[in-house]
Design a protein. Sequence first.
Length: 665
Amino acid sequence: MSGMVRRGLSYLAAVGAVFAVAAALGLAAWALRIDRVETYLLIFVLLAGGIAWRLGRGPAVAATVAFALVSDYFFLQPRFGFGGWTSSDAVRLLTGVLAAAAVIQFVHVSRGRQILLEKRKEIDYQHFRLYRWDESAERLVLVKSVARAAPYASVDWYTVTLGLGEGITGVAAKTRRSLLVPDASQDPRMVYPAGTTPIEESVLSVPMVTQDRLFGVLTLARIGAASLRVEDLPVMESIAAQTALALANAEQYAEAEQTIKALTTIEALQSTDGVVPATEIEGRILQGFLDLSQADLATLRVLRGDGRYHLAASGGRFRPSDGAPADEPLTAAQVAWLADPKVPADIVDPRSDQKLPEWARRVRELAGVSASVYLPMRAGQRFVGFVGLDWRRPRWFRPEQLGRLQLLAAQAAIALDTRQALERERSRVEALAELEHERREFMQIASHELRTPLTVIRGYASLLEDGSLGSMPPMAQQALHTLMDKSSEMRVQVERMLLLARLEDGAAAPRMTKLDLRKVVNGALDRVDPQLRLRKGRLAVKLADAPLMVMGDSEQLASALDNLLQNAVKFSPGPPEIEVVGDRQDGRVRVVVRDHGVGIAREARSRLFEKFYRVSNPQLQNAAGTGIGLYLVRQVVEGLGGRVEVESQPGQGSAFEIELPVAQD
Ligand code: ADP
């Protein structure tokens, strides 16, 4: 009622002002003895502007109408009556009216802004709450609460999150329209944090929406019923719109910043090589998560060799008290919960989430946590561990934020997995080296132990053979030949094993002397002679007349030649026909052992000198061997700066050539 009266009064005042000014102008004209004051139109336009500023647009329009009538009656043609204008009078009046209209509109707009600004300063809230809309959790989360009165300050508002339609804030978010509740204590929709007694207050909630996207809700409250009014709404709405815009900008900035942070951490993880100790990688991972998430507490659990998830690192502003379980193993069900491949990240409210395992709930409770994210770390199919991030206050996450955390988790998993693989590999290599060492030691001892009795056996056999121990029947002699032959073979094998052990151990350096290779060749020929005779073979030897001096270990060279000659006999199906040549060519000493045996296929030739390599040849089923002979030949010859080569025609025979540098005087 009073509003209408006030409006009526302002119209009256406006029209009254016009008449007062008109009377003043008429009086002035009379006093000055002129027809009229020429600038009356300008004065009226200014008056309309003033009225619009003080009283509003309606009274100003009324004043304009009044002034048009007054002008017509008193001023156009001062004759005190309406109508009968000249066209120039009509144009003057119209111009005046239009000018007044323009001024009124301008004043109206500026005034509106001014009022808004003043009111904004004036809105006297006692509790301000800014809620953000968490798209993935579909909940409103309080991000800022400013309390200016005791009843608000004593409540922890952050503990409440709201779904759409929940609470006055939730209703405003759902309808996307502002909502004013004069007395929240009487409104069943109002949600207070648990244990709070309702406050007699006015609550105003305004949704923040930009481009159809719900950003959140601004909620204001003031103690006392009806203490906030409908008039406060436009101001709040404009604040909400601007806040939403500012938040959108800030979000974009934060987005860029966070991406850079994530990339920096990932880079730091990638540069980790085997040298970085395990704890440091884990520390880096944890720090990366803390930087990126701003979590109050972060824990990294890693699957170790014992199949349990150990606490590898934990940190943050806020550590759980000492009572919190630290290195507890997880049960299979707990791991399954975390490792569920369908869940890229688990966001939970630890106080209400039923799927949270007991152990996790306990940790959260001890630490007073109200928002957690679990990020499983998978390297391919392998579940490496997980990161738990906790916040004391409810938090909301944008999908991009979660995406970045997941990316980091994936990188961390790879870094951890790589390090574990490296560690496994290292211990495997160590075990292998140990095994290899034992094998060599055994070979050396075994061959050494065989050598001595063998020498004794061969000594007695040759005494028997040359008749020193009396004559023998022909049958026994034949058996003795075989005995000698086999013991020769055995000797070569034993020597080989000894040589191999020595070469590989690197412990015993070769005893280098200057020697005539012809002597070594002759010695080897003597040793192969029994076998050759047994097989009824033939031998053609062509050695240079001059000494063939080389630097080398005579035992090793002898063993190499033994191997070549033995092979020549062994791989000749019929009676062996062997040629041995020893000469000097272009400053190098050369020994060739040629046979007319089975020969070697082209494909096999390139691998012949590899350790344990043997050609599979059905023709030679009974040819025993270990595949280390030629390997030793090459090791010995190349060790002396020489080389060994093979030429062969399958079915026709092979020729092995050794070349060594001539020893200088
Ligand atoms: P092993 O004689 O103990 O088998 P080697 O290293 O001495 O080991 O020889 C490797 C393989 O090379 C032999 O298994 C054989 O097939 C082939 N080989 C070596 N010498 C000859 C040869 N003179 N004629 C044909 N094949 C040969």
